[in-house]
Design a binder for this molecule. Structure first.
Ligand code: 2BA
Ligand code: 2BA
Length: 109
């Protein structure tokens, strides 16, 4: 079995959740925060059999869009003025950042 960890944008999380259920995948959703933008995103944990991993990845791909997001400048007060960017910067976020990990044991008590 594998554990798929997928960080997706909040806007895509309901659609992805529904698609996973529709395709009979079990999943857990966690509310998370991006280290860079410091805004909310959603982390899915999906435990599944090896042969179904590709299908799960395709569902994630089909349901998560990439979007441009503006990063507001943060005041250098108390921070490092060297890295201060005085104007908003656009970054491309997503569709999804995905990790696939081996599961040593899967138990359900
Ligand atoms: P954030 O950390 O809020 O990052 C949002 C977007 O900002 C990233 O989109 C990327 O385009 C940009 N970005 C992030 N760190 C950067 C940096 N050090 N320099 C320049 N630009 C940077 P994505 O790459 O699509 O990532 C979306 C979210 O996925 C991230 O939100 C983070 O929560 C997660 N993520 C991405 N890569 C990860 C990794 N290697 N490990 C753990 N989480 C990761
Ligand atoms: P939920 O996804 O809210 O699922 C609650 C219960 O609904 C499950 O109990 C199971 O009895 C049923 N269920 C869920 N998905 C189903 C499906 N596709 N088809 C038929 N029945 C389904 P548990 O199996 O005890 O799971 C409790 C919670 O543990 C789940 O909450 C989920 O958050 C997590 N979970 C279970 N299996 C997982 C997996 N393979 N990967 C990630 N999270 C899992």
């Amino acid at each position: 079995m594998k554990l798929i960890i997928a960080v997706v944008q909040d806007q895509d999380s309901n659609r992805l959740s529904k698609a996973l259920v529709d395709h009979n995948f079990r999943a857990t959703k966690l509310a998370s925060t991006g280290g860079f933008l410091k805004s909310g995103n959603t982390t899915f944990m999906i435990g599944t059999e090896d042969i179904r991993v590709d299908r799960a990845l395709q569902i994630i791909k089909d349901n998560c869009k990439s979007r441009d997001q503006l990063v507001a400048p943060v005041s250098p007060m108390g921070g490092n003025a060297d890295s201060y960017v005085p104007y908003p910067v656009e970054v491309e976020v997503g569709g999804a950042t995905v990790f696939v990990l081996p599961i040593e044991q899967y138990m359900h008590f």
